[in-house]
Design a protein around this ligand. Structure first.
Ligand code: PBE
Length: 267
């Protein structure tokens, strides 16, 4: 197969996102690991910037290679595919975990119980992300909670309510985490908590829970995306396990591009 030399057309550049994202580290590792990517660069921008470039490229049927992931609406809006990753630098299935600070179980046993039980499916998260495009994450989260009382009651059943206790969710700035954060905020508010959400870079998010500044995070992508941060701090927080499974990260291209694997790119 004579694959087009997309390298020249895309300026030997992978279109990236925020420099602090876990995926950016993985993509730098990928550039080091694959001979096919010798001489390639990763551009730093923002998720919004990457999505604009992706949209423009697709409008013009031009090639583009981005750092992509799901759950995210990009896969619902465009025909996209992950490039195969035979060296596994982006891992396989990713989970999103819940981590809490040491001592939270003693200080806020009721919130801890709900956080420990919190689990939902990629489709649930996608519903919130999709609805938020027309309204806001706050509104979309409320709507999801009202429409999914069966799921929510599995997290809250038998848990005592409190009066105005403050709890801080440390999150990251991506839409997946805006969705989970706002859903949990609303659920905890209905239980009587006063909830704040603080979005920060992944490195700071782990540091915040490890130091006890933040109470809980629903944002760690594991085992690979945030694996290095997780290992650095893992003795200093409590891991409550997955709140979602079936996430994925990797290099993503429009379907119309005539390549299937990272190894199909050329130096
Ligand atoms: N993401 C979305 C983030 C986590 C959630 C994959 C862009 C990252 O740290 O790479």
């Amino acid at each position: 197969e004579d694959t087009a030399n997309y390298g020249e057309e895309v300026g030997y550049t992978i279109t990236g996102i925020e420099p602090g994202a876990g995926m950016m580290g993985l993509t730098h590792d990928t550039l080091d690991e694959y001979d096919s990517l010798e001489g390639w660069d990763l551009s730093e921008s923002s998720t919004a910037g990457m999505l604009i470039e992706l949209g423009e490229a697709i409008k013009n049927e031009e090639p583009i290679i981005v750092t992509g992931w799901n759950p995210h609406w990009m896969f619902a809006s465009y025909d996209l595919k992950y490039l195969e990753d035979p060296k596994g630098t982006f891992g396989e299935v990713e989970n999103i975990n819940t981590i809490v600070r040491n001592g939270l179980e003693e200080d806020m046993p009721n919130a801890y119980e709900i956080l420990d039980r919190f689990y939902w499916e990629p489709e649930d998260m996608e519903t919130v992300m999709f609805d938020a495009q027309d309204t806001s994450f706050e509104e979309a989260a409320k709507k999801w909670v009202e429409e999914n009382q069966d799921k929510v009651s599995e997290w809250t059943e038998g848990v005592e309510k409190v009066e105005g206790k403050e709890i801080e969710i440390t999150s990251t700035p991506w839409e997946s985490e805006l969705a989970s954060g706002e859903v949990m905020k609303y659920v905890l508010e209905q239980q009587g908590y006063q909830v704040t959400i603080t979005p920060v870079d992944p490195a700071i998010m782990f540091q915040s829970i490890a130091s006890g500044e933040g109470d809980v995070s629903l944002a760690p992508w594991l085992p690979v995306t945030h694996g290095a941060f997780f290992e650095q701090y893992e003795d200093d927080f409590i891991d409550l396990g997955e709140n979602l499974t079936g996430a994925r990260v990797g290099l993503v291209v429009p379907e119309y591009m005539d390549i299937d694997s990272i190894e199909d790119l050329q130096p």
